[in-house]
Write a protein that binds this ligand. Structure first.
Ligand code: GLY
Length: 335
């Protein structure tokens, strides 16, 4: 299924079955709780494994190959994300990403290794492999984050080629959008589909990465959650890792990925932790969660995984025990 059509075509299969949603009057009368998620296929813990947001089997296959050839989880997540960045048909990542309101394709990405080292780039233009530039920031600078022209200049210094990221297809979509130029702070959820990837290698070490062109037709200069360590991605090699997709503003407000990892530290399973992190978003006073999507995927040190989203249609691709599968996520809302 094309990631952009996820809301329309999703089915309830795979890792679990969300049987409904309701407003329950709990002790906290404002607390919104989805009806119990029934796990019909409890995720088994084993590694190595690779998981990624959305249906990206080519990307997880690449990452798996890296690990099978003795590569590290860090190499795996970088090379896996690069597959999506190079795929011009994906209009949310790398080349071919949808532009901002002014027609600029601007990329955000980050990467984090088993030591807790991290690097990120924000508002990067004209360079396809934002995730690799983020890795260079991590490994070859004293900094964590480079932005805009500075990040672009750094990329050229490191040998990355300059390339126009705006493809004909994305330009055409932008020109169509300009006819109305409707800017909605409450954003169409189909505009968000960051690719995030987490891997555990043969040594049991965890790394993660994510990459995105962000919200389509965003304000010029807007940055989402994906390059923000702790929001879009967090890795703690003692505990596990989490990566987010969806409306970045909402992920940032709850520091979502760090939250999921900390919940796992406190004993929750990856699935329980993802559900709690979504609950924090939907239970905010006046949350307009029906108007946007957020999804999390997570893995713990044992190789157990979890995934949860607000809306139906989010999915996780998992490569584990020689099987590369796309699994529908359970979700808070039933539509
Ligand atoms: N999660 C990607 C973004 O909001 O930019």
């Amino acid at each position: 299924m094309k990631r952009r059509n996820f809301i329309k075509n999703a089915s309830l299969t795979g890792v679990g079955l969300a049987v409904g949603n309701s407003l329950l009057s709990c002790d906290d009368k404002y607390k919104k709780t989805s009806e119990k998620t029934v796990s019909v296929d409890a995720p088994k813990g084993s590694f190595p494994l690779v998981i990624a947001t959305w249906n990206v089997k080519n990307a997880t296959a690449k990452a798996w190959e890296v690990i099978q050839n003795g590569g590290s989880a860090l190499d795996a997540v970088e090379q896996g994300c690069m597959v999506e960045e190079a795929d011009e048909t994906g209009q949310s990542v790398g080349k071919g990403g949808l532009p901002d309101r002014d027609g600029h394709v601007t990329l955000d990405a980050c990467i984090m290794d088993k030591y807790g080292n991290c690097g990120s780039v924000v508002f990067l233009e004209n360079v396809v492999h934002a995730v690799s530039v983020a890795r260079k920031v991590m490994e070859e600078t004293p900094h964590v984050m480079l932005a805009g022209k500075g990040a672009e200049q750094f990329a050229y210094e490191k040998g990355f080629p300059k390339e126009n990221l705006l493809t004909e297809a994305s330009k055409k979509a932008w020109e169509e959008w300009k006819k109305t130029s409707e800017y909605k702070p409450i954003i169409n959820i189909e505009n968000h589909d960051t690719i995030g990837m987490l891997a555990i290698d043969k040594n049991g070490d965890i790394s993660g990465a994510c990459t995105t062109s962000g919200l389509a037709y965003k304000m010029h200069g807007r940055v989402g959650d994906s390059p923000i360590i702790g929001s879009g991605l967090f890795v703690d090699n003692e505990i596990g890792a989490c990566v987010a997709t969806g409306l970045g503003e909402e992920v940032v407000k709850t520091v979502g990925s760090f939250l999921v990892v900390e919940l796992m530290r406190q004993g929750k399973s990856p699935q329980e932790a993802c559900e709690e992190a979504i609950s924090r978003i939907v239970n905010k006073p006046n949350s307009n969660y029906k108007d946007f999507q957020v999804g999390y995927i997570a893995v713990n040190k044992k190789g157990e995984t979890g995934t949860y989203s607000i809306h139906q249609g989010f999915s996780m691709t998992k490569f584990q025990e020689n099987s590369n599968e796309n699994l529908q996520s359970t979700h808070f809302l039933t539509e």
